[in-house]
Design a protein around this ligand. Structure first.
Ligand code: S3P
Length: 433
């Protein structure tokens, strides 16, 4: 692990960035491509290590995968002909892979074992085990519902399931399992969460019926392959939007970014606060809205950005909270996050990771069970940051380095590859030192 030093910038940020393909959507198209019969062609597939893990898992189930840079082809005989993996499936650091893939394994006529790296193996799986077991799968985990999971798949039966938490991973797991079950499956959402699975299904030939918060799919689905270009990842673009807002006078253009409203909650927050982000060249790819974004640093952001994130907003911004914490240090009214206990179950305990690192940089932040409070008038002095192997903590604190009084040193910068291998090159590309 070679540490990386981020020096404060002396001039506004300027330039153009094309962020990698969306990680959440890439996982879904790879898995649905594996479940479908025939060929799925995906352009702008995420460069993320997490998505690479998903591809190697569907290969292990018998699908053929051909990858050429960001182009991926999945050739599959379809979910009915999945074959038993000859080895333990390794999802590495990817929570989305293990939770969605478990649906495919639950429907297979074989037993399988799936696990990840040491951080993933501490993340809760009970949330997907419970509905899959109700559908007829047999699943064993370590105490507390932790991976490795041993899954004895077989014939599944449709269920009606009310999600106990707002989680797109759990929702998607049940919907995918529902497609391979007998009868109908209904999932009821308790709060909004990203809807990429719902938007993708009709393109693969699996209609989804939506009635308010209730989503229904019919079992025994026959899926066919699709051609698709993945939009740029909003959660990656977010780091540049925040960087642009942190450094006065900055102008950054982001090309081809997915702005699905269940993901782009940050844009809604800015727009509500009267802060302008220019959108241009709007299009749609398979039901996913895409456009270019241009941010001009607006000093009003310090006064007008909301001083609290809570309730339903949390699920819409869940992956952005580490970067928002850095923006929060610059806000005139301070910044607090509440109702975000789910952050404790991400790639690291993100409440703890944010709090210990902000303290290390000189910010007097208070930790709460479900969030944190950053007081107004905070100064970011600089210092050494522990990433806890968490890509979003590394990228968020790199932004702190741009505006701190002294450099910020990240202990393990390479973990950004989990979602955005070129992050530091792209960041340096817009910094003028
Ligand atoms: C994701 C859903 C979210 C998010 C994760 C990706 C997805 O997790 O934090 O990074 O692709 O469905 P939860 O569904 O657990 O909230």
């Amino acid at each position: 692990m070679t540490p990386r030093r981020i020096d404060p910038v002396r001039a506004p940020l300027e330039g153009e960035v094309r962020v990698p393909g969306d990680k959440s959507i890439s996982h879904r198209y790879a898995l649905l491509g594996g479940m479908a019969e025939g060929t799925t062609r995906i352009r702008n597939f995420a460069s993320s290590e997490d998505c690479r893990a998903t591809l190697s898992c569907i290969e292990a189930l018998g699908a053929g995968v051909v990858r050429n840079a960001s182009r991926v082809e999945v050739h599959s005989p379809g979910w009915r002909r999945f074959t038993a993996p000859s080895r333990t499936l390794d999802v590495q650091n990817s929570g989305t892979t293990i939770r969605l893939l478990s649906a495919l394994l639950a429907a297979g006529r074989f037993s399988s074992r799936v696990q990840g790296d040491s951080s993933l193996n501490q993340r809760p799986m009970q949330r997907i085990m419970e509905p899959l077991i109700r559908m007829g799968a047999r699943i064993e985990a370590r105490d507390g519902g932790l991976p490795p999971l041993l899954i004895q798949g077989g014939r599944l039966t449709g269920i009606r399931y009310r999600l106990p938490i707002a989680s797109a991973q759990v929702k998607s797991c049940v919907l995918l399992a529902g497609l391979m079950a007998e009868g109908e499956t209904e999932v009821e959402e308790t709060g909004p969460s990203r809807d990429h699975t719902e938007r993708a299904l009709p393109f693969f030939g699996a209609p989804l019926i939506q009635n308010g918060a209730r989503l229904r799919v019919r079992g025994g689905a026959r899926l066919h392959g699709v051609d698709f270009r993945i939009p740029g990842d909003f959660s990656s673009a977010l780091f540049f939007l925040v960087a642009g807002l942190l450094v006065p006078g900055s102008r950054i253009a982001l090309r081809g970014v997915g702005v699905n409203p269940t993901r782009a909650g940050f844009l809604s927050l800015l727009e509500k606060a009267g802060i302008r982000v220019e959108r241009s060249d709007a299009t749609e790819c398979n039901g996913e809205p895409v456009c270019d974004l241009q941010i001009h640093a607006d000093p009003e952001v310090r006064r007008q950005f909301p001083s609290q994130i809570s309730g339903d907003w949390v699920a819409r911004l869940i992956d952005e909270i580490p970067a928002l914490a850095i923006l929060g240090t610059s806000l005139e009214r301070g910044f607090q996050v509440r109702d975000a206990q789910e952050l404790r179950h991400k790639e690291s305990d993100r409440i703890h990771s944010v709090v210990v690192n902000l303290r290390e940089l000189g910010v007097d932040v208070r930790e709460l069970p479900d969030g944190f409070v950053i007081p107004p008038g905070s100064r970011v002095r600089g210092g050494k940051v522990r990433t806890f192997g968490d890509h979003r903590i590394a990228m968020a604190f790199a932004l702190a380095g741009l505006v701190a009084e002294n450099p910020v040193e990240l202990d393990d910068p390479d973990c950004v590859a989990v979602s955005y291998p070129d992050f530091f090159q792209h960041l340096e590309g817009v910094c003028r030192r």
